[in-house]
Design a protein around this ligand. Structure first.
Ligand code: ADP
Ligand code: ZN
Length: 421
């Protein structure tokens, strides 16, 4: 769709969304009244900036049903956010919302080349979390054979993969790396022994280095997949065949990047907090949701020809940011350096103790230790000096044997903060 037609469609849908909320949701009625805005005042897309933000605290404050526009009997699905940060939030879908979320997901998968011939092994957590179910519905809509394996039970995952010749995986980056280690320990060469060709990896931040590692170890193309429960779950933004930035479906969402401190809009290319407004949601439309995810819009058009703008890889979450000795640090900065070193394995953990003491536990690669202690010491020194250059703090590095750090089935826990500040 041409940008001008796309923007016209966005405006029409935004107007309808604001009308709906002004009619049905007391929370928004009050917010709009405070700003003196009536639905008829939304005359151009730029007027979105006059609308109030919605935060995750607002969703918790209106829990359980304060944001719902439909009556009981018209709702068809409840999800909650996985609660990585604090109490869960309740998210409601109508029948139409469920179909629409599946449609967007199917659009993503088709963009990445998935067809009805694919066997899709869905290794995400099923349940209240949106991650597995929305993807499941999308893959079924494309016509794939879907295997709802869920995460964990690695031995069984492999069996399913071998017996049913799975070609596509949906998996978190941490589990993908863990799974690769398992294959290695069983002497399985994915290129020789399995039929895998694509993996859709998301739900938590990871770096380009980690993508390359998963691609090499599993013999797949990795596509970055972004979403959040508040905006349907997965299927909000996804990579096309160029694997360079994720197209965000702007016919369904209005995309803004703001300065997280001032709330002011930032231009394409500038890094800030992603803010999203739903345009097609029936049960629970949300205006200007502060995702807390830090990213930027890629200003250039994509060579694939799609006009939906692309997001850069999520650099982290404003609430993941660590302040160590006065310096702002995202765990991904540490991951990027670790994963670029071949002697480093698949897992790491950041520990904060006492008064700002940082220790990074780092798993060695299977082939990372040749028995010579001086090689360990020099690797340790190399990691320290590279990290110091990046995060301006000198952490202690503990090298540990492969497979010894805890692995989570859902989202990875990268930081343990026991500081007494
Ligand atoms: P919770 O907020 O409880 O973690 P969600 O399951 O809704 O619940 O998680 C959504 C969040 O997961 C996003 O806001 C983002 O921080 C993270 N996320 C999802 N996909 C990606 C991705 N591809 N890259 C980085 N972060 C991601
Ligand atoms: Zn593209």
């Amino acid at each position: 769709m041409e940008r001008s037609a796309l923007e016209q469609l966005q405006l029409k849908r935004l107007q309808a969304t604001v009308r709906r909320l002004a009619k049905c949701v007391p929370f928004y009625q009050q917010k709009l009244a405070e700003r003196g805005i009536k639905p008829g005042d939304i005359k151009s897309l730029a007027d979105v900036r006059r609308l109030p933000f919605t935060t995750s605290a607002d969703l918790r404050a209106t829990y359980p049903k304060g944001m719902v526009t439909l009556k009981d009997g018209q709702l068809s699905r409840l999800h909650t956010s996985s609660g990585t940060t604090g109490k869960p939030k309740a998210l409601f879908f109508s029948r139409k919302d469920v179909d629409n979320a599946a449609e967007l997901m199917a659009r993503c998968l088709t963009m990445a080349g998935v067809t009805h011939l694919d066997v899709f092994q869905n290794m995400m957590t099923y349940g209240l979390f949106t991650g597995a179910l929305v993807m499941h519905y999308g893959a079924e809509k494309v016509g794939c054979l879907v295997i709802p394996s869920g995460p964990g039970n690695t031995e069984k995952q492999l069996l399913l993969m071998q017996d049913f010749r799975s070609t596509a995986l949906h998996i978190t980056p941490s589990y993908a790396l863990y799974f690769a280690g398992y294959l290695e320990s069983k002497g399985i060469d994915p290129r020789r022994d399995l039929a895998l060709s694509k993996a859709f990896v998301g739900a938590e931040p990871y770096t380009e280095e980690t993508r390359r590692k998963i691609e090499t170890l599993l013999g797949v193309d990795v596509y970055n997949s972004y979403g959040l429960s508040e905006m349907n779950g997965p299927g909000v933004a996804f990579e096309c065949e160029h694997k360079h930035g994720m197209h965000l479906w702007e016919d369904n969402f209005i995309l803004e990047i703001i300065d997280p401190h001032t709330g002011e809009p930032l231009a394409d290319g500038a890094r800030g907090e992603l803010v999203l407004t739903t345009l097609c949601r029936e049960a629970m439309p949300i205006l200007r949701y502060r995702t807390r995810d830090i990213t930027s819009v890629i200003p250039e058009p994509c060579p694939c020809g799609r006009t939906h703008r692309r997001l850069n890889r999520i650099a982290g979450r404003t609430d993941d940011m660590l302040i160590v000795r006065g310096v702002n640090i995202y765990p991904q900065q540490i991951e990027q350096i670790l994963m670029s070193l071949p002697q480093v394995g698949r897992n790491y953990l950041i520990l904060l103790d006492g008064l700002d003491e940082m220790t990074v536990k780092v798993e060695l690669a299977e082939a990372g230790f040749d028995g010579q202690v001086e090689h360990l010491v020099s690797l340790q020194n190399e990691i320290v000096s590279r990290l110091r250059a990046e995060i301006l703090t000198k952490p202690k590095i503990d090298l540990v044997p492969p497979g010894t750090l805890p692995v989570s089935e859902g989202k990875a826990r990268r930081v343990i903060d026991n500081r007494k500040l």
